[in-house]
Design a protein around this ligand. Structure first.
Ligand SMILES: Nc1ncnc2c1ncn2[C@@H]1O[C@H](COP(=O)(O)OP(=O)(O)OP(=O)(O)O)[C@@H](O)[C@H]1O
Ligand SMILES: [Mg+2]
Length: 313
């Protein structure tokens, strides 16, 4: 009686994932063709050298009744590239937007859990959201420059935040606003690998640039307020291969100084540019997080392996 298939199945379901024995995980196939396996804690527990820039603990996001992110815990190391991959609708953008509280703008969103930036809770009361979004900047899928000159696109952010008048740079240099502005514009455009292409037309409208140039301008604009973390949501998905290669080279360079978190649908891109990769799967679960080489060559989860090899998603 105690050995009927029915009771065996019930005891398997009751067993907590973290105490599961090290036997092979039993999987079935769901109607969408995915394997039905339980996420194991150790698949998501990526160790890296050095302190975490961002630390996410038990993050849950609901949009009304829709549970978009489930119990996500992950540490993101500084000065590196972390890729977020997974099928459409699995919560990648939602997760990214939680890292600088952009989801606060979505009235139906309910966010629970903890996100720390340099060990400080960003979801505590009294956090200055303008300051937070300066430290954790964002670049979107479609380039969205302001309909202003190339120069103004860069100097607008610092001027809005008052940095050109009162910022450290201004105080140290003690120079006229104009000089500081020109210096900042050049530095940001150089850092975004765009200077050589636009330095003779800084007064032209930014909307006259190509898509790839506009996206680099948006990255330059993001750099102009001196961020520490740069969040990118599919920044190259609308670009041709040459523009994409430029963005990828740029991300590689930026990661020497900044912490970059990037959502991409392009597996080769994730494999090429990231140091570690987090895989989200349907239902808003973070299934596996590890060094990028490990995720792409030898993932622990069968579902991750199936996703990466293109069996679903
Ligand atoms: N503003 C919103 N209001 C209501 N539901 C939302 C909102 N944004 C996202 N969702 C829902 O949350 C879930 C996750 O969406 P999200 O945009 O984070 O997925 P994604 O992984 O970025 O997908 P894609 O790869 O298509 O961009 C989806 O079910 C989506 O419908
Ligand atoms: Mg998205």
């Amino acid at each position: 009686m105690s050995d009927t298939p029915q009771t065996r199945q019930a005891s398997e379901v009751d067993e907590p994932a973290e105490t599961a024995p090290t036997t092979t995980t039993t999987t079935r196939t769901t109607t969408t063709g995915e394997s039905d396996e339980r996420v194991r804690e150790e698949w998501r527990d990526h160790e890296f050298a050095g302190p975490a820039k961002l630390s996410v603990e038990d993050l849950n996001v609901h949009y009304g009744d829709d549970h978009a992110l489930k119990d996500v815990s992950i540490d993101i190391p500084e000065r590196s590239v972390t890729a977020l991959i997974g099928p459409s609708g699995c919560g990648k953008s939602t997760f990214l937007r939680c890292l600088n509280r952009m989801n606060d703008r979505v009235s139906s969103a309910r966010i629970e859990g903890s996100v720390t930036l340099d060990d400080e809770e960003i979801y505590q009361e009294g956090v200055n959201l303008v300051e937070l979004r300066k430290r954790v900047g964002m670049v979107f899928q479609s380039p969205n420059p302001f309909p202003k000159s190339i120069r103004d696109n860069i100097s607008y952010g610092p001027r809005k935040h008052g940095d050109l008048e009162t910022g450290l740079l201004a105080r140290l240099l003690g120079r006229a606003d104009e000089d500081e502005r020109e210096e900042l514009v050049e530095r940001c455009l150089r850092d975004a690998a765009l200077w050589d292409e636009v330095n003779d037309r800084l007064d032209d409208n930014a909307l006259g640039l190509s898509g790839g140039q506009q996206q680099r301008l948006c990255i330059a604009r993001c750099l102009s307020v001196d961020p520490e973390v740069i969040l990118m949501d599919e920044p190259a998905s609308a670009l041709d291969p040459i523009a994409t290669a430029k963005i990828e080279d740029l991300i590689d360079e930026l990661s020497e100084e900044y912490t970059v978190v990037i959502v991409t649908h392009n597996m080769q891109q994730a494999a090429r540019i990231s140091d570690q990769t987090a895989v989200f799967l349907t239902g808003g679960e973070l299934v596996e997080y590890d060094a990028t080489g490990k995720i792409f060559e030898n993932p622990e989860s069968q579902r991750v392996e199936e996703y990466i090899s293109g069996k679903f998603g």
